[in-house]
Design a protein around this ligand. Sequence first.
Ligand code: SF4
Length: 345
Amino acid sequence: MRSDAMLEVQNLKMHFPVYGGFFRRVVGHVKAVDGVNLFICPGETLGLVGESGCGKTTTGRCIIRAYKPLDGQILYRRADGSVVDLAPLDDQSLRPYHREIRLIFQDPYSSLNPRMPVVDLVGEPLKVNKIATGKELEDRVAELLRRVGLRPEYMKRYPHAFSGGERQRIGIARALSLNPRLVICDEAVSALDVSVRAQILNLLEDLQAEFNLTYLFIAHDLSVVEYICDRVAVMYVGKLVELASTDELFAQPQHPYTEALLSAVPQPDPLIRDQKQRIVLGGEVPDPANPPSGCYFHPRCRYSDGARCMNETPALRETTPLHFVACHYAEKLSLRGVIAPRILA
Ligand code: SF4
């Protein structure tokens, strides 16, 4: 494991069976995550982006061990420096890590039980882990609500009494209740209006600084990722195709898929917007149950050589320091990035 990493995922695989025929036999597998390697350093925010169905949410679910991966390692460094592989652990052994690695869900409407008041929603992890009950629990919930910008006197109310942004703040308070070290934000702002989105992103940044949190930020919106992430990992059909610092990835992408994603980022500056040309990818996103041969991106790649690209799977390799790319021709291509303004569009 890298000495600077808090979490390192090595060759992570998660395949789901596909059933068919009269006897509902297994007729194939959806390769939702197909050999992902990434690492997250303490205190940083790593963005994980890609189109819907690319495997980014499944990767997050494997890391919190909602799924047991088919293969690979999830190496996690604890506060005392010891390293544990979370991948093979059973439910009992995972319990302490469930306190340290928490999830913030995408949808603040469906992720909160409508029959539970806020005090129970936020306080449940404290109760389940026998950390606090009664008055002490209420005091801790009040403090958590204050910290996420909600009034503690609202703790007896039910989720329907809150707006989408307020519900997401409740979800964040719940995630923070056990003092986690690593928080996985799964499309945490995707369901929110743009103005509320910026408030929640700012709150996440403030909480990160205050509690020394590390984030894995799963999103499909690159302008959100640019706003909050230190580094970005790009996924395509279950594989990581590029991983670099946010500034470098936006300014000098080295993978054709990243270039195409960046060309669709909205540009608020009309001068830059006029010069920009959107790259429209041909064809459909491949079926992860039946991916193309060689480079999975080759049927849609305008730089494909038609031979090596079709037959040889490119490995993720470090082309420049801390810039990892899975493309045979990364060093030869001259791809267009964007000048990324740090505002949400
Ligand atoms: Fe395109 Fe070939 Fe690079 Fe794949 S390996 S991204 S097909 S140039």
